[in-house]
Design a binder for this molecule. Structure first.
Ligand SMILES: Cc1cc2nc3c(=O)[nH]c(=O)nc-3n(C[C@H](O)[C@H](O)[C@H](O)COP(=O)(O)OP(=O)(O)OC[C@H]3O[C@@H](n4cnc5c(N)ncnc54)[C@H](O)[C@@H]3O)c2cc1C
Length: 445
């Protein structure tokens, strides 16, 4: 040590540099390490809660190009999708990305690209021409179903698609008894704007929506605020200028648009199938058969969840997707289903403070779920963290109780919220049946 100090005495500049480094660089490095550790802990938590893997579009960071500016982290309107680890950007909750793309625009070195799926998990995207027509003549797709999310994109695509259809109809008029001009399926932002455009263009249209109100995906999820990165322009109604709007305001806005413009949307009517009859399509819905010259699908990408078809299921306490498990604490929760998503949701809910979780499954073993999920579930059930009811069927939701047949008995389970995660029909099955070419993307655009 003495030898060291005597050497340093001869180098006052070096000594000053070491002192300066220890009072500036070292605290900075410690601060950065703490920040990295925090993000890494958030990633581990997201993995545990099943939020790490993307569902559809999400940012892919090229870590060789990233310079760690953090511009992407600050630009993201959702707040918790990205974080910096060792001065490079990484996704934390990729499943919660809704595709604003603000991260990619903010990156000063172009290290971020928005992609679909990952190398492990592919995402199916239908092939759509720039005028929104598919490989099936006169079958069009607009909005999130075509791969592009966000309210404003869906609004502009719905409007544009009908614009192309109206132009084509002007060039080649077609009239046949009992055949309408256009059937618009799904009344989310894309379908609403398409319907407004159809009315503006004077088309003979029918618009159907399977839910009991129009509005689309956003209405089915718990959501504090909806962000619009730029205003949306609706035909007939005009500009929707708000950049931030609550879910309730958005629902009121859709209601106001429908009332003021007097568009007609047939709710509680789902499209079941479509068949091309050459000059027109024969579409079967849950209520009737419709013959239409053009078919525009604006059904989003969320598919139709499988329902239980039991009394009381319409209660707002019964949901078909668990998006933010961390919102639930000190609650009595019922999860119904036996696949990976049911098991993962039950386990993430059971990891939150004070929750009492019951998992109801009609089978006698979780044979459809992955082995690691089954092992974790068994361990949590053995610790009493999850009450697993095999060979059980939900019979009825009644206020804060649910009747469940279990073996020979009918038992009552108290619940604050129920999550029915019994699979569903993906929109792509629907498309393939209609003859639309669908491509699987593995981490590409
Ligand atoms: C949790 C969450 C948060 C989001 N936050 C934002 C945000 O802050 N800002 C933003 O811009 N975007 C946000 N988005 C994305 C945005 O909601 C979607 O991109 C947008 O709603 C897509 O519009 P769409 O009309 O294409 O489809 P959807 O909104 O999915 O609408 C499709 C409609 O079709 C109906 N349908 C489906 N199948 C049938 C059928 N067979 N027959 C009849 N009807 C059918 C559905 O019931 C639905 O109403 C969010 C999405 C989610 C899930």
């Amino acid at each position: 040590m003495e030898f060291f100090l005597s050497v340093l005495e001869g180098y006052p500049v070096l000594v000053s540099a070491i002192i300066l480094a220890s009072i500036t660089v070292v605290p900075y490095l410690i601060h950065e390490r703490r920040k990295s550790n925090k993000v890494q802990a958030a990633i581990s938590k997201a993995k545990k809660l099943g939020l790490w893997e993307p569902v559809t579009m999400h940012p892919k960071v090229n870590r060789d190009v990233c310079i760690g500016s953090g511009a992407c982290v600050s630009a993201c309107p959702e707040g918790k999708i990205l974080g910096l680890v060792d001065n490079k950007s990484m996704t934390i909750c990729a499943s919660e990305c809704v595709g604003h793309g603000a991260c990619a625009r903010a990156c000063p070195v172009g290290a971020i690209e928005l992609v679909f799926g990952t190398e492990r998990r592919g995402v199916d995207i239908p092939q759509v021409h720039p005028n929104f027509e598919t490989n099936v003549k006169r079958l069009y797709i607009a909005g999130e179903l075509g791969g592009m999310g966000l309210i404003r994109n869906s609004v502009s695509q719905g409007k544009e698609a009908v614009g192309y259809i109206a132009d084509e109809m002007k060039g080649a008029p077609y009239k046949s008894q009992g055949v309408i001009d256009i059937l618009i399926v799904g009344a989310g932002p894309a379908g609403l704007s398409a319907t407004l455009m159809a009315k503006k263009e004077g088309l003979n249209y029918i618009a159907i929506e399977r839910e009991d109100e129009a509005g689309g995906a956003i209405l089915s999820y718990p959501r504090a605020k909806v962000v619009m990165t730029s205003p949306a322009e609706l035909p007939i109604y005009g500009k929707v200028l708000k950049k931030e709007i609550s879910k309730e305001e958005l629902m009121a806005l859709w209601g106001d648009i429908a009332a003021k413009t007097r568009i007609k949307i047939s709710t509680k009517e789902a499209m079941i199938s479509s068949e091309s009859k050459g000059e027109y399509f024969e579409v079967k819905t849950s209520k009737r058969t419709i013959l239409t010259r053009y078919l525009l699908l604006t059904i989003g990408r969320r598919g139709s969840p499988r329902k239980l078809d039991v009394p009381g299921e319409k209660s707002p306490k019964v949901m078909y997707r668990l998006l933010e498990p961390e919102r639930y604490a000190n609650q009595k929760l019922l999860v119904v289903g036996g696949g990976d998503s049911a098991l993962e949701s039950a386990m993430s809910l059971a990891s939150q403070a004070g929750n009492q979780v019951t998992l109801s499954y009609r089978g006698e073993a979780f044979s459809r779920a992955k082995a690691p999920n089954r092992a974790r579930l068994d361990a949590m059930a053995a610790e009493g963290k999850i009450n697993v009811l095999y060979q059980s069927n939900v019979l009825k939701f009644r206020g804060d109780k649910v009747d469940i047949s279990h073996g020979q008995k009918v038992i009552q389970v108290e619940f604050d919220f129920a999550f029915v995660l019994a699979g569903g029909v993906a929109p792509n099955d629907f498309l393939k049946k209609a003859g639309v070419i669908v491509e699987t993307k593995y981490g590409t655009r």
